[in-house]
Design a protein around this ligand. Structure first.
Ligand SMILES: Nc1ncnc2c1ncn2[C@@H]1O[C@H](COP(=O)(O)OP(=O)(O)OP(=O)(O)O)[C@@H](O)[C@H]1O
Ligand SMILES: [Mg+2]
Length: 143
């Protein structure tokens, strides 16, 4: 059965634009808060969206973050056009990062983002094609 959606929206993300880092995740976090979801759900969704947003900004040319909220489910799809991830298992490992100096100078590139997304998700899937792009599918169950 398809659950009734309470909210859906798609947010474009521009690759390389670090001035906007965190803008979308904060916006969506506020929407989830205003809908009355518990603090833990707000926190998990915000982290998952923030890390997805930062990875698109850091590694891809452009992307979209699509958010769908049903009464018992938050579904986040972060899809980009970019280099893709060649070895997903390696990218998932804590501490593995290909972040360049510019990214590291801004304090990113610890290699923790994807594993953080996984921790915050009830279901997490990465679909990626080299030289095409990456699609993260994130589900957060409510209660
Ligand atoms: N959307 C993406 N497109 C291409 N490569 C990506 C993408 N997301 C992640 N990667 C690759 O996976 C690696 C690990 O990503 P992860 O988010 O875990 O860490 P990070 O971005 O390097 O550092 P942190 O997120 O801790 O600031 C990245 O360094 C990059 O090589
Ligand atoms: Mg990251």
């Amino acid at each position: 059965m398809v659950p009734t959606l309470k909210y859906k929206n798609t947010f474009p993300v521009e690759g390389g634009n670090f001035d906007n880092a965190g803008v979308i995740s904060l916006q969506i976090k506020n929407i989830i808060r205003d809908m009355g979801f518990p603090d833990d759900i707000q926190r998990r969704a915000a982290i998952a969206i923030y890390e997805s947003e930062l990875n698109i900004i850091s590694y891809a040319r452009a992307g979209n973050i699509n958010v769908r909220i049903a009464p018992h489910l938050i579904c986040i799809d972060a899809a980009d056009e970019g280099p893709g991830i060649e070895d997903i298992d390696r990218a998932m490992k804590d501490g593995y990062s290909t972040a360049n100096d510019r990214i590291r100078e801004m304090g990113f590139g610890a290699g923790m983002g994807l594993s953080n997304i996984k921790k915050c998700s009830d279901k997490f899937e990465i679909i990626s094609e080299t030289n095409k792009g990456t699609h993260l599918k994130i589900l957060i169950d409510i209660n």
